[in-house]
Design a protein around this ligand. Structure first.
Ligand SMILES: [Fe+2]
Ligand SMILES: [Fe+2]
Length: 370
């Protein structure tokens, strides 16, 4: 398998745990300190700094973020600033979208009003945020959220729905795209009527509480009946976003034939974001577990492969080249991942050895390192 990587010089200020040394680093007395291929830990980075180095060479694949790929040059602050400027713009617009989402939901909560101008602005922002395509998902993982979970989740599902819809090629007109995003940002609007103590309860919900929470798609559908401007596709997308193709969802247990295509997209976006985000009532999981779940649910007939397969394929491609930690604590680089047919998941360790994690029943990728 062909590998694409660069050896670049990296300032010690930009070193991160998980980076792989591209050449051995020697201590001032000439004895070896760290060998080429070492996957750096925080402690080892400290040692490098203590020995007085101001840069080292690292091996980096084209998909690894954090440092610009300019061979044989230092990662000077202006270059780093160039890279982070784009991210600052992303997070600037993302944070404005959160404010707009908050305003929009506050107006609904207090006055039961929908502000269409604000929704239009939000849709424009989501189009910008999803213009990075699947790479936007990596940035979404880095956003921290706590009590504002619903605002984050609504914006994220709008972004993910636009990405999933775009990859499927099913919604080609601009109006369909805008409506799908609208359905994404409003999909959980019905939760505004669910008491916070139930919605954000830290422990398991009682049967009654679960029934209450599961009302939210129907609450939204009823709310939209006062707003004729909300298109039918959005109403049904929101009403059915927890329905599944095999009829196992809620609230009406409708199946593939009855579920609106928007609902099928929203269901995948919703599960992916919920599983990869840190919520007040639980820890986030890695994108790998979210991918496994969506794939298993597709095989089980819950999600439509028309929407899940292109999304999963792109997600997997984005993760190749990233540094990962296995559930036994080892760190390595994901160098190949084939989820079509016989699955292979190859991780390369610092000694150069490559392990097919998918062939080891007790092993799995626990999380992304960087
Ligand atoms: Fe929901
Ligand atoms: Fe949701």
């Amino acid at each position: 398998m062909a590998e694409r990587y660069n050896i670049i010089r990296c300032s010690i200020h930009q070193l991160r745990p998980g980076f792989e040394l591209g050449e051995s680093v020697f201590s001032p007395d000439g004895s070896g300190l760290l060998h080429a291929g070492t996957i750096l830990t925080e402690k080892q980075i400290e040692r490098i700094i203590n020995y007085g180095f101001d840069s080292v060479r690292i091996r980096q694949t084209v998909l690894t973020p954090e440092v610009e790929l300019v061979a044989e040059e230092y990662c000077e602050p202006d270059m780093a600033a160039g890279a982070s400027e784009q991210e600052s713009e992303f997070f600037g617009i993302y944070s404005r979208s959160l404010q707009d989402m908050k305003k929009c939901f506050t107006l609904v909560r207090l006055e039961r009003q929908l502000d269409y101008n604000l929704l239009d602005t939000l849709i424009d922002s989501v189009i910008y945020l999803s213009s990075r395509g699947i790479a936007a998902t990596a940035l979404l993982h880095t956003t921290t959220r706590s009590e504002d979970y619903l605002f984050h989740h609504s914006v994220n599902v709008g972004i993910l729905a636009n990405i999933i819809g775009g990859l499927s090629g099913a919604f080609s007109s601009t109006q369909q795209q805008r409506n799908l995003i609208l359905a994404g940002i409003l999909h959980d609007i019905g939760k505004l009527e669910i008491p916070s103590k139930v919605l954000y309860k830290s422990g398991a919900l009682t049967e009654d509480e679960l029934t209450t929470v599961r009302q939210h798609p129907a609450i939204a559908f009823k709310f939209f009946s006062h707003y004729k401007e909300i298109p039918e596709s959005v109403r049904f997308g929101v009403l059915q976003h927890h329905e599944r193709d095999d009829g196992s969802g809620y609230p009406l247990h409708t199946n593939a034939a009855k579920n609106h295509p928007f609902a099928k997209v929203l269901g995948i976006a919703d599960v992916y974001d919920a599983m990869t985000s840190k919520k007040v009532y639980g820890q986030e999981v890695s994108p790998f577990a979210a991918i496994d779940t969506i794939q298993a649910d597709t095989f089980a007939g819950k999600f439509s492969p028309d929407y899940s397969t292109p999304f999963l394929h792109e997600l997997c491609q984005t993760l190749i080249g990233r540094y990962v930690m296995l559930n036994d604590g080892r760190t390595g680089q994901l160098v190949f991942w084939n989820r079509c047919g016989k699955e292979n998941c190859l991780v390369r360790f610092s000694d150069g050895k490559i392990l097919d994690v998918s062939q080891q029943p007790s092993l799995k990728i626990a999380k992304l390192v960087c």
